[in-house]
Design a protein around this ligand. Structure first.
Ligand SMILES: [Zn+2]
Length: 292
């Protein structure tokens, strides 16, 4: 599998989907639920509970929230119970709002049919994505949501927050940034881009960075994530928003996917690396390894 194929929706892509769902203004109760027979996301980083989608029948949709790479859609149950639909896009998951007459594409796994005739469709060819429903409290207080680290685009996020989360990690900086329990929502694309913006070597240990460097990295993360959100996400292969459009941020990536090309800052050839099985890109001149 190439790196582009492994790239999964990160914070900006999930945020684009969230905003699309908000714009769709789905307000009418769920009148029917269809689920394919295929198993979706499983494993250690996922809820152990059953999918429990049946509880959404006749529930009324409310605000759509996001935490890290997870969509959390508030629903008010028939008896006004506070419910939530949790969606993880995995690698190739898409959420679309459709009319019933639109053909159902292959790999559709969930359809919520609303009273106004529109449908939410979850499509995922590779099935690393997943869906869960249940009482809001229970979902928020269970892993993976409960153990997520701070939101990098929240107002309180800064160098000190990042240092508290990662300052003792002996892992390579790029790898440490991918830990959702340390910082929520960061994946390989935005981790690689942020290291470049902050002029930090992605392979150096996270531990040992100065407070000044953590501050630069926090600013860089916010810069690349905000740019990603403004561009409607990065589409390398699968990502689409709720109306099926690709994102535009791939055109604004400065180093990710550009190994061998000149550094946009100093023109030296960008170098690729592999760490923990994931590749990345950096500039050996702008992002030098720390002196021993
Ligand atoms: Zn450079």
């Amino acid at each position: 599998m190439s790196e582009a194929e492994r790239a999964m929706p990160e914070l900006p892509e999930v945020e684009s989907v969230r905003r699309g769902l908000v714009r769709a203004r789905l307000r009418e109760p769920v009148r029917e639920i269809w689920r394919s027979e295929h198993q979706l996301r499983t494993g250690a980083n996922w809820l152990r509970s059953k999918e429990n989608l049946g509880c959404l029948l006749r529930a009324t949709p409310g605000p759509v929230r996001r935490r890290g790479k997870y969509l959390l859609w508030d629903m008010s149950g028939e008896d006004e119970e506070a419910l939530v639909l949790l969606i993880h896009l995995g690698m190739s998951g898409r959420c679309g709002v459709a009319r019933p007459e639109q053909p159902i594409v292959a790999h559709t796994h969930l359809i919520l049919d609303f009273e106004d005739g529109r449908q939410l469709r979850f499509v995922d060819p590779r099935r690393f994505g997943g869906v869960r429903a249940g009482p809001r409290e229970a979902i928020y207080q269970s892993d993976p949501v409960a153990s997520l680290g701070p939101e990098p685009l929240s107002r309180s996020f800064d160098g000190a927050v990042l240092e508290a989360a990662l300052g003792r990690s002996k892992r390579a900086l790029r790898d440490a940034l991918l830990d959702q329990r340390a910082v929520a929502g960061i994946g390989n694309i935005y981790a690689v881009e942020a290291c470049f913006e902050a002029k930090l070597n992605p392979l150096r240990p996270a531990a040992g960075l100065s407070s000044q460097a953590w501050l630069k990295l926090a600013d860089a993360l916010q810069l690349v994530l905000r740019r990603g959100v403004e561009n409607g996400g990065t589409t390398l292969k699968d990502f689409r928003n709720v109306v099926g459009e690709v994102g535009r941020n791939q055109d604004d990536l400065r180093v990710y996917g550009r190994a061998g090309q000149p550094c946009p800052r100093c023109s030296r050839k960008l170098r690729d690396f592999v760490s923990q099985g994931r590749s990345g890109v950096y500039c050996t001149r702008c992002q030098p390894a720390p002196r021993k």
